[in-house]
Design a protein around this ligand. Sequence first.
Ligand code: IPD
Ligand code: CA
Ligand code: CA
Ligand code: CA
Length: 269
Amino acid sequence: MDKQLRQELFEQAQEWMLEAGERIREKIDDPRSIETKSNPNDLVTEMDRNTEQFFAEKIKETYPDHLLFGEEGLGDEIEDLAGTVWIVDPIDGTMNFVHQKRNFAISVGIYVEGEGEIGFIYDVMDDILYSAKKGEGAKKNGKDLPQLNAERPLHESILAFNTTWLLPENPHVDHQGMQKLIKHLRSTRSYGSAALELAYVAEGIIDGYLTMSLMPWDIAAGIILIKEAGGTVARADGKDLDMLTKTTLLASRANIHEEIISEYVTLKK
Ligand code: IPD
Ligand code: CA
Ligand code: CA
Ligand code: CA
């Protein structure tokens, strides 16, 4: 994508990110309409839908040939990543939004012919906007994030990981390997927003994020940020990510990525 075009698109998308965040902040204490989706803990609110609708209208008005691939299904039916596709999670961390009224983000990744060109992760309540442009680095509130080139060893690393992956009934990953990993690490964290967890890896305030099941809208922006910050991101078996389906994921500083996959993580079918 042409640099000038990327810059124009970036500025427009940034304006909408900030506006969408402002609308959420204004209504943060309003009564919520909370519904459940796939299970009783899978929440969705009117604000998730309103925010996706906001992007759907803006994009259709301004860029009628762009497509929207969003969690709440108010955009387009996407079968491939041909053309320009906005991959939008209107609220990532809906449970945090409902219970805590903080620690959630708007995540928007813009892909052109399958290439991640622009990524935004907006921590709405703290008003922190992480952004990245392909080949131009990652930023936090407009300030460059340093490259993740420190060779911090695994035993001094903090990994974001959700403990539910270690419940006996959860078959995705070999538990012994994971327990060995957790003992070896400095510590684990669990923030409840995949987008923020990816932004924190890009920022270098945690060293990695490992998860067994995410959707494209959870990771579309984060992947661009991690790559631009010099980190490594792939499926949890080390293979390339597929931006159209549910996936496992390991994002981390480069020097621990291969070690975590080869020595600790064994995925189960
Ligand atoms: C969820 C959050 C959560 C992750 C879930 C996602 P949502 O997204 O990112 O941290 O563990 O897998 O579905 O539903 O709040 O947008
Ligand atoms: Ca959701
Ligand atoms: Ca999400
Ligand atoms: Ca969501």
